[in-house]
Design a protein around this ligand. Structure first.
Ligand SMILES: [Zn+2]
Length: 402
């Protein structure tokens, strides 16, 4: 692979350096470049690790289609019904809409995603097939991890567990779940089914949990207990975990200790209206916290732009963070923490995989507050996105999939 030098790079500590990249990795800083190297002069742009979106729905987005007004009733069940209605009536090629979402994510500096994929009696395995095709076509640009997601529940959706089993055989990486109480009204049955499926396939789980208050908290504690009993520490995520933000801080602290001990990760999208898990409390207790976009311009929400810098901004905003240290800490949720969850590397040291972005900001705090689009994106040392003036020169050009 070609040798690349990122010249006049600004690092988060304010220093300026050249970064030498060989064989897809950062090999050294500040050293003279070999004559054969291709140089891109960053002109003082800030270089940061590339971003990871740890919760996205590639098959739900309506990007690339004519504008669809939001029409769902304001409940989880209402949004499920509205989405099913759209799937029945709209010409909705997931290969095209999912690709549009990936294009936008890439232009925002994201080089890895975890996507949940709907499986229910209406979609069957159609969306799994489409997203597997997307993963194949986009493999040069983005790492895609897939969660088989029972969007209509399990008990309430005949045949769901068999479809999930088939999706895992087809290539999904993780077993999903959804509100064992709120959707299925069968916490033990729902958790039995998905943990059994994960055990049979030797995988982890990522469970959507919107249930709030003490019922939601008891589900979170049950998930922690099962994670510990099944030896799945580090491989189970609770997405949203609104319950942690809707109980007293003493109860949340108790749960945080149990989650840390079991090795359960908490994901937040910093939702506009839902309760926010206490990020600082969880991190202080040793819980891995990650961030994701969740819904982007779909039947669930008309918002979202696939920017993980903006998601860090939202986490900081909702948590009331103001100091540079606290604001900059949110960046871990979309880089190092998410990387350890997905089994990837993110960092800015010699030997690290060269998954990098360069943007116009002088500090990381400013980058999060102002959320500029990256001017350059590298995935494993290859330039995958650039603006005029940062042309990758004679390096091989990668053509975005259609
Ligand atoms: Zn979701």
């Amino acid at each position: 692979m070609d040798t690349l030098v990122l010249a006049n790079a600004r690092l988060a500590d304010g220093s300026s350096t050249d970064i030498l990249i060989e064989s897809g990795r950062i090999s050294r800083f500040g050293a003279p470049a070999p004559e054969s190297a291709t140089t891109i002069d960053l002109g003082g742009r800030l270089v940061l690790p590339a971003l990871i979106d740890a919760h996205i729905h590639l098959d739900k987005t309506l990007l690339g289609l004519p504008w669809q007004p939001h029409r769902a009733e304001n409940t989880t069940q209402g949004r499920i019904a509205s989405e099913k209605d759209l799937r029945r009536t709209l010409d909705w090629p997931v290969d095209k809409t999912g690709a549009e979402l990936l294009r936008r994510a890439l232009s925002q500096g994201t080089t890895a995603v975890r996507s949940h994929v709907d499986i229910d009696e209406v979609t069957g395995l159609r969306n799994v097939e489409a997203v597997l095709r997307l993963r194949e076509r986009w493999s040069s640009f983005v790492d895609i991890e897939l969660v088989a997601f029972p969007q209509s529940g399990i008990r309430r959706c005949p045949g769901a567990i068999e479809l999930l089993d088939e999706a895992m055989k087809m290539g999904c990486d993780l077993v999903g779940g959804l509100d064992p109480v709120g959707i299925d009204d069968d916490p033990d049955g729902h958790l039995d089914a998905i943990f059994d499926l994960a055990h049979r396939h030797g995988t982890g789980l990522d469970i959507h949990l919107h249930d709030q208050g003490e019922p939601g908290l008891s589900e979170i504690l049950a998930i922690a207990d099962r994670t510990k009993a099944d030896g799945l520490g580090g491989r189970v995520t609770v997405s949203h975990a609104f319950a942690l933000g809707s109980v007293t801080s003493d109860r949340a602290a108790h749960a945080a200790d149990r989650l840390a001990e079991a090795g359960v990760t908490i994901l937040t999208s910093a939702p506009g209206a839902g309760p926010m898990p206490p990020v600082a409390l969880l991190r202080a207790a040793g819980v891995r916290v990650v961030a994701g976009s969740d819904n982007i311009r779909d039947a669930w929400s008309p918002f979202g732009n696939a920017s993980m810098l903006e998601r860090c901004w939202l986490v900081a905003y909702r948590c009331g963070f103001r100091t540079d240290t606290d604001v900059e800490g949110t960046f871990d949720l979309a880089t190092s923490n998410a990387a350890s969850l997905l089994g990837l590397e993110r960092g800015l040291a010699a030997g690290c995989s060269a998954d990098l972005i360069a943007l116009r900001a002088d500090t990381l705090a400013r980058a999060i507050i102002e959320r500029p689009r990256p001017d350059l994106v590298l995935r494993r040392g290859r330039v995958t996105h650039w603006v005029d003036g940062l042309d990758p020169g004679r390096l091989p050009r990668l053509t975005l999939p259609r």
